[in-house]
Design a protein around this ligand. Structure first.
Ligand SMILES: Cc1cc2nc3c(=O)[nH]c(=O)nc-3n(C[C@H](O)[C@H](O)[C@H](O)COP(=O)(O)O)c2cc1C
Length: 394
């Protein structure tokens, strides 16, 4: 007889509990696409580890009833300072994909950022959420395709554009190559054969994926005269999709709403982004998926905050796995953080319910951390609540 422990539903008390659940639900290639980073994955590891170099300086023996976690990003009210990062082709993790994640974000009172590389039309994703939805832009398919997406995003009432500048080519994701991700998504059925066992080992996922229509073209990257781009073409197309500061000028004129520049790691790039009209910069190394060997995002944050000097909002992402990580980033001057894998593990593990659980965990963590710190509101967090290594200062 199976022990009660073996049959009891797994207790998900931390984001770290969602990761093995995700690993059990999706094929190896999908899990590694979500979990992995570039090359030797040193930046991926550092993103999480560097939070341990920071320590808190709590204020004890203070009492308050209400703890205010709400803040404003680009003038938009969010119930707690964590937004959902753009995660390309979330539909691989669960058929609900981007729609499920946006819906969970809205129900948690926060914002969702939709990747250009989405499996669902942007209008459907906007409609799925009761909260703000932002559109992350790559110039995939060139300016004509981007113009189409920007116009559609404006008509669908997206709140802002998030322009990612750290992807002049796709990073070297060795796990994806080893797992045959390209072959599995490609059109050649024979090339797929050697990589099929990992997919067949997850029959429930496979059935759902096939019922959902399998690999679909990208509904938000529509190349005039050609139609939607296909997923296997994205890697090669990224090489001619680099966003330059001149492109940013063009994007700004077309969009006319707030723009966030994502992928800033230095004070110099932060100043350039603001000079180019960014209302916010997001300190990010793409979750360690692009240039391996760049510093952890949290380490780059103080330099960017000091260069921005209050002229724009500063957001950060990379390595957020606990609410205490969110609080640390806010102490260093971030207005809000983006969570990527933290909710994507939830999506892969249990669809929308998994994302909702991830957000619930992070939210409860933030509140508990604030109370333990003796701070009644996220807006009161500052450098006096933390100590950081001297080498982080510039
Ligand atoms: C599977 C996956 C796909 C991603 N796709 C995109 C994308 O399409 N556009 C983008 O700007 N960032 C993308 N990112 C990066 C995230 O937006 C974010 O910067 C990163 O996940 C933050 O690190 P974290 O996962 O440690 O929270 C992706 C991240 C993951 C894990």
């Amino acid at each position: 007889m199976a022990s009660a422990r073996a049959v009891a539903p797994p207790r998900v008390v931390a984001i770290g509990d969602l990761r093995p659940l995700a690993e059990r639900r999706v094929p190896r290639a999908v899990f590694d696409y979500l979990d992995g980073g570039a090359e030797g994955e040193s930046t991926l590891r550092e993103n999480c580890r560097a939070f341990e170099d920071m320590t808190f300086r709590p204020r004890h023996a203070v009492s308050f009833t209400n703890c205010d976690l709400s803040t404003k990003v680009l003038g938009l009210e969010v119930s707690f300072p964590a937004l959902l990062a753009p995660v390309g082709y979330s539909r691989l993790m669960h058929p609900g994909g981007e729609r499920a994640a946006a819906s969970a974000a809205g129900r948690a009172g926060t914002a969702y950022i939709l990747s250009t590389i989405s499996g669902h039309p942007l209008e459907d994703v906007r409609a799925a959420s009761t909260g703000p939805v932002l559109y992350q832009l790559y110039l995939l398919g060139g300016r004509a395709a981007a113009e189409d997406a920007i116009t559609r995003a404006r008509n669908a009432q997206f709140s802002a554009l998030v322009v990612t500048i750290d992807t002049p080519v796709a990073g070297m994701r060795e796990r994806d190559l080893r797992n045959g991700m390209k072959e599995l998504l490609g059109a050649n059925p024979f090339a797929r054969i050697p990589f099929l066992p990992q997919v067949l080992a997850r029959p429930r996922w496979l059935l759902r994926f096939l019922l959902d229509g399998g690999v679909r073209p990208l509904p938000n990257v529509v190349i005039p005269g050609e139609g939607p781009m296909t997923l296997p073409d994205v890697g090669a197309a990224l090489a001619s999709a680099v966003v330059t500061w001149q492109d940013l000028e063009w994007i700004r004129e077309l969009w006319r709403g707030p723009i966030v520049v994502k992928g800033v790691l230095t004070g110099e790039d932060a100043r350039r982004a603001i000079d180019a009209g960014a209302a916010a910069v997001c300190v990010s190394n793409h979750g360690g998926r692009q240039l391996d060997g760049v510093p952890a995002s949290i380490r780059a944050l103080p330099e960017v905050v000091s260069a921005v000097n209050g002229r724009a909002e500063v957001w950060m992402d990379g390595g957020i796995r606990r609410g205490s990580d969110i609080v640390k980033a806010l102490c260093l001057g971030a207005r809000a953080v983006l969570c990527g894998r933290a909710y994507a593990y939830g999506l892969a593990a249990a669809g929308e319910a998994g994302v909702a659980r991830a957000l619930e965990i992070l939210r409860a963590d933030v509140e508990r951390t604030l109370r333990l710190l003796g701070c009644a509101s996220v807006s009161e967090l500052d450098r006096s609540y933390v100590e950081i290594p001297a080498s982080w200062e510039r």
